[in-house]
Design a protein around this ligand. Structure first.
Ligand code: ADP
Ligand code: MG
Length: 343
């Protein structure tokens, strides 16, 4: 070990991953693609690849049990992993679940967590095939690994975007972040005066976006039906801006993204304005929407353009042109990612 001590807060999550995985080379012929996409890719026979993805949720970092019901937490832990398999254009088939718990939790509480996990397994048609159970002295941790499958010719990496492709996102953005802001506000009100009950009326949509996010497996099926194969794809977990930068970096391209094209639900906008936040900023940097961000060839424009499930939010440029966000007045600024800062 060297004498230098680098604070992990300084380099952030992606800096840490880069440093730790630096110099790793794949030795097995079956290891097709390692670190750097939404899931690892493993040879699964002549026609198929296997996909593997892991995500861990930590109490106090990713969830707060004051407002996150355990059943929802279980559902979300599965959904976020299935989402990464979707982002490779694959179908999740199995999961394993690891939990670290303290004796603060009763068996019944853990059964609630598993009720959510089982519900997600039903929804996404995946089988729970194993896991690990251990004790924790600092809250609850839940780690899920998802295993999926994709036909070799159908796999989509982050790295396939080409100049002139169109940048598309499914659904709408910023809702999960506004749901979190609302829950945090009501939690603070409740803490200062437990007699005041949370006022969440009329906010069902954004609450659901935060508490019960869905992996867009429906979009993967739908794109197949439409005959559209994305050229590159990533799921929106950290925030649109962060994911656009990942996609452009992996594909070695630039991009123009248009503020006026960002899909933001009216309820998300209203809540953002209520909080004195700019709705576009929430959509760009909020995170946890678990929508799919992908690029398509110009020839697929007609099919996607008129479809209410999709928004064309920009276009891919040459890498030298950089990654730009064009605001409503038409001025372009370099796109920066705030994303989630866990460290
Ligand atoms: P996602 O947001 O899609 O889950 P991440 O940003 O968490 O992806 O991870 C990016 C890439 O880095 C993935 O390929 C993931 O497998 C890899 N990765 C993350 N953490 C580690 C680690 N500690 N060791 C090795 N690889 C890691
Ligand atoms: Mg991902």
């Amino acid at each position: 070990m060297s004498e230098t001590r680098t604070d992990i807060g300084e380099i952030g999550e992606f800096g840490i991953i880069d440093r730790l995985t630096n110099g790793i080379s794949l030795k097995n012929e079956t290891s097709i693609f390692g670190v750097g996409d939404d899931a690892a890719v493993i040879d699964g026979g002549p026609d198929e690849f296997l996909l593997v993805s892991t995500d861990t949720l930590v109490e106090g970092v990713h969830f707060n049990l004051m407002y996150m019901p355990l059943k929802h937490l279980g559902y979300k832990a599965v959904a976020v992993n299935v989402s990464d398999i979707c982002a490779m254009n694959g179908k999740a088939e199995q999961i394993t679940v690891s939990i670290a718990v303290s004796n603060r939790f009763s068996l019944e509480a853990l059964e609630e967590l598993y009720a959510g996990i089982k519900l997600a397994c039903l929804e996404y048609d995946v089988d729970l095939v194993g896991g690990d159970t251990t004790s924790s002295v600092s809250g609850l941790m839940i780690g899920v690994t998802a295993i999926g499958r994709v036909k070799k010719e159908e796999i989509v990496y982050r790295s396939g975007a080409k100049e002139f492709d169109l940048l598309v996102v499914s659904g709408d953005l910023g809702g999960a972040y506004m749901g979190l802001q609302l829950l945090e506000r009501e939690k603070d009100v409740f803490k200062s005066n437990p007699m005041i009950q949370p006022d969440l009326d009329g906010h069902d949509y954004i609450m659901q976006r935060q508490l019960k996010p869905e992996a867009r497996h429906d979009i993967i099926k739908y794109l197949k039906e439409l005959g559209v194969k994305p050229t590159a794809m990533i799921d929106v977990s950290d925030g649109l801006a962060s994911e656009i930068l990942h996609l452009c970096k992996s594909s070695n391209v630039g991009c123009h993204v248009y503020d006026e094209k960002l899909p933001i639900d009216a309820k998300t906008s209203m809540t953002a304005l209520d909080f004195n936040l700019d709705p576009s900023t929430c959509a760009l940097n909020g995170g946890e929407d678990y929508e799919l961000l992908f690029t398509i060839k110009q020839s697929d424009f007609e099919i996607i353009q008129s479809n209410p499930n999709f928004s064309i939010i920009g276009h891919i440029t040459n890498v030298e042109d950089g990654v730009y966000f064009v605001d409503k007045s038409g001025s372009a600024v370099t796109l920066k990612a705030q994303g989630w800062k866990h460290f």
